[in-house]
Write a protein that binds this ligand. Structure first.
Ligand SMILES: Nc1ncnc2c1ncn2[C@@H]1O[C@H](COP(=O)(O)OP(=O)(O)OP(=O)(O)O)[C@@H](O)[C@H]1O
Ligand SMILES: [Mg+2]
Length: 244
């Protein structure tokens, strides 16, 4: 079971859109995928037409006593299951606080054989939960909006991970890009030079991605051949190659 997180210290950069679309692409590709909504805002849960509630409660989940199968739900996407956000996901934070690193991965142990890939949609913070994420996943997929500030937060994240004992690789990729803008082009170039591990697929600023909230579905399900739909399909192919 491989594990990836959509993570950034910065809010509103496309973590949730990317988590839902990449998980759906992976499922389409034949993988059995579990998408875990770790953000109390529950946007991923909403996009997949579910309600934020963890049966049995997150506290039990972390202790390993809860029936994980009951908390996980199916979605309209074949081979894609969802572990929804708990409205009180702050409880998750508290429950994980005192736990050893990689507890998050251990929580999933009972269903390890049922999934090929777990995708985490993370809230934008450097908290106890973030530390758990860093020590549990195979890589952090970090959406970068093409601005100077966004590059700066990427450096901050890198410095933070450098100081940790259990850290994972960072694979940045550009989202919300507008190729007509000179600044965007420049940021893309410097990202390429500074971050050899970056994913080369760029997700454009695309109206189809914005429409996910109305359609409540991954972009591949209602606008597969749109620029946004094609970008996420290509991004997943690139990630799948790396995971091999
Ligand atoms: N490629 C895109 N093109 C156009 N709009 C996008 C794109 N990606 C995301 N958006 C829009 O930008 C907003 C923020 O996206 P999203 O919720 O995915 O970011 P986030 O990083 O998960 O935010 P948060 O930190 O609040 O969890 C949303 O309104 C979403 O519809
Ligand atoms: Mg989000």
């Amino acid at each position: 079971m491989q594990m990836l997180a959509l993570y950034s210290i910065k809010g509103g950069v496309g973590k949730t859109a990317s988590a839902v679309n990449l998980a759906a692409e992976a499922a389409r590709d034949g993988r059995r995928v579990l998408l875990w909504d770790l953000d109390p805002q529950a946007a991923t849960t909403f996009y997949l037409r579910s309600k934020p509630k963890v049966r049995g409660g997150v506290d039990k989940l972390v202790k390993g006593k809860s029936d994980l199968d009951r908390a996980i739900r199916g979605t309209d996407v074949e081979r894609l299951d969802l572990l929804p956000a708990a409205l009180g996901s702050r409880d998750l934070e508290a429950a994980l606080e005192t736990r050893k690193p990689s507890r998050l991965r251990k929580v999933l142990k009972p269903v390890m054989d049922s999934y090929d890939l777990v995708v985490l949609d993370c809230p934008p913070s450097l908290s106890a939960l973030a530390e758990q994420i860093f020590s549990s996943v195979d890589a952090l997929l970090v959406p970068v909006v093409p601005t100077t500030l966004s590059l700066r937060t990427l450096e901050q994240l890198d410095a933070h991970l450098d100081a940790l004992d259990h850290a994972c690789p960072i694979w940045p990729f550009v989202t919300l890009a507008d190729r007509r803008k000179t600044l965007h082009r420049q940021v893309l170039e410097s990202l390429g030079e500074r971050w050899p591990k970056r994913l080369s697929t760029t997700v454009p600023n695309a109206s189809a991605v914005e429409r996910m909230g109305l359609e409540r579905a991954p972009v591949g399900h209602f606008a597969r051949s749109s620029p946004g739909g094609r970008a996420y399909a290509a991004l997943w192919r690139e990630i799948a190659q790396r995971l091999q």
